[in-house]
Design a protein around this ligand. Structure first.
Ligand code: SF4
Length: 433
């Protein structure tokens, strides 16, 4: 897309779900606590699968097209975009929050604007893999898969959970791919967690101002239940991955013995595909035991490469930031693929202090990949909860990515866990719907 010759116009809503452009104001972007002009080159058309949110009790901040002054839009509520997987947002939606504004639910709030009859967002496509593109999900095929697998595994509580909750209720992209017999299959295992993340998507305390986006698993699956449906998936699916650690559970490393037993059993039947764990990385010894058993890759989630930003958010029980660093090192020590699930927050992620910490983390762990994920959280609520009033000097997310790419040319950028073909290096991106 050619670089814009002007900024898009600001969007506002009437509070009834109708969205309008305000042609007296150019759209801006938020970084940390500040509203800033967005470079023309960083705007793209809102990708398919994206959606727009009206933000109750908030007024958008724009630049007056005549005076060039920054001011509030008094015409209605602010608007933000939820951008689809595989894209990383470069600026948050800028607004002034009113006194009685409710806390926003656990979604990402990227800046948005309107130009040339199109909704625009400041974002980059960080991943070419198409596995979670909305146009690839065919509901009839998914429904057939659900019926077929429920019949094939009538006593399997995990397949029942994946079908009824994950696929048909939460519309989880990974679960829908499983029931379409392709790519990454989710394997939740843990009803408990040893962290207390402020923005946990599977558990929120009753006295909190928001609710979790999905309910946490309520049972501990057995190794037999796990092996029963994952072996056929690894044997038959294109680019197969099975991934422990999903949004509908606590921390999988608390179930490491069952996972270890499962990996050993699975590898008796097939050496095809990749076995991955998405985790908070809290237990390096358990990670070592899983690597011994045959784990191929790990993805450790983090909101920051800085201990004093990580721990106020994760509020860990009996582990510390250094443990997650150690878990990444352990997997690299076994020659495995180690990613961070990096919660991107404009103004925090691209601060100079974070950049220095990220460089140190990449070097120290010999990291394989950064998955640049949009942070699904109310920006004011997050910064308030971790006590950040000033995010410090920033460099811009695009520049941060360029500097990291330059310094670490073999480090992969993306959004999804790699199939075995990518881990072993003979991989052409020829995914097709
Ligand atoms: S590590 Fe995961 S499950 Fe545990 S509190 Fe954090 S988000 Fe929730």
């Amino acid at each position: 897309m050619p670089v814009l010759k002007q900024s898009p116009y600001l969007l506002y809503s009437d509070g009834k779900g109708n969205i309008y452009e305000d042609t007296t104001l150019y759209a801006t972007g938020r970084s940390g606590w500040d509203a800033l002009p967005v470079p023309y080159a960083e705007w793209i058309v809102l990708p398919e699968g994206g959606s727009l949110y009206e933000l109750p009790g908030r007024k958008g901040i724009g630049i007056d097209v005549n005076t060039g002054e920054m001011r509030l839009c008094e015409k209605g509520w602010a608007v933000a975009a939820f951008i689809p997987p595989a894209y990383t947002g470069l600026f948050l939606a800028p607004y002034e929050t009113g006194p009685n504004a409710p806390t926003l639910p656990l979604f990402c709030y990227t800046a948005a604007g309107w130009l040339n009859e199109k909704f625009m967002v400041p974002a980059v496509r960080i991943e070419q893999d198409i596995r979670q593109e909305s146009k690839g999900y065919i509901s009839d095929t998914i429904q057939e898969g659900v019926s077929k697998f429920l019949q094939s595994y009538p006593h399997n509580r995990l397949v029942k959970h994946l079908a009824e909750n994950c696929c048909l209720t939460y519309h989880c992209p990974a679960a829908r791919n499983y029931f379409m017999g392709r790519w990454e299959c989710p394997v939740p295992t843990s009803p408990a967690c040893n962290a207390n993340c402020i923005g946990c998507i599977s558990f929120q305390p009753l006295d909190e101002t928001i609710v979790s986006t999905q309910d946490r698993l309520t049972f501990k699956p057995s190794a037999e239940e796990i092996t029963e449906f994952t072996v056929p998936h690894l044997q038959t699916a294109p680019y197969p991955i099975i991934s422990f650690g999903q949004g509908c559970e606590g921390e999988p490393l608390l179930m490491w013995e069952t996972i270890r037993q499962s990996i050993l059993e699975i590898r008796k039947h097939t050496d095809r595909g990749s076995i991955n764990i998405n985790t908070n990385g809290s237990k390096p010894d358990a990670v070592r035991a899983l690597c011994e058993a045959g784990l191929n890759s790990i993805r450790v989630s983090t909101n920051s490469a800085r201990k004093h930003i990580y721990e106020p958010y994760y509020r860990p029980n009996n582990y510390v930031f250094e443990d997650i660093v150690e878990s990444l090192k352990v997997v690299r020590g076994y020659g495995g693929w180690a990613s961070i699930n990096y919660f991107v927050f404009p103004g925090m992620t691209d601060s100079v202090e974070e950049y220095e910490a990220l460089r140190k983390l990449i070097r120290e762990t010999d990291l394989t990949m950064i998955q640049w994920r949009n942070f699904n959280i109310d920006p004011d609520w997050y910064l308030g909860k971790i006590g950040v009033h000033d995010t410090g000097e920033i460099m811009g997310l695009k520049q941060l990515m360029e500097l990291i790419r330059e310094e670490f040319p073999t480090l992969k950028f993306g959004y999804f866990n790699p199939p075995a073909e990518r881990i072993t290096g003979n991989f052409e991106m020829d995914f097709a719907h």
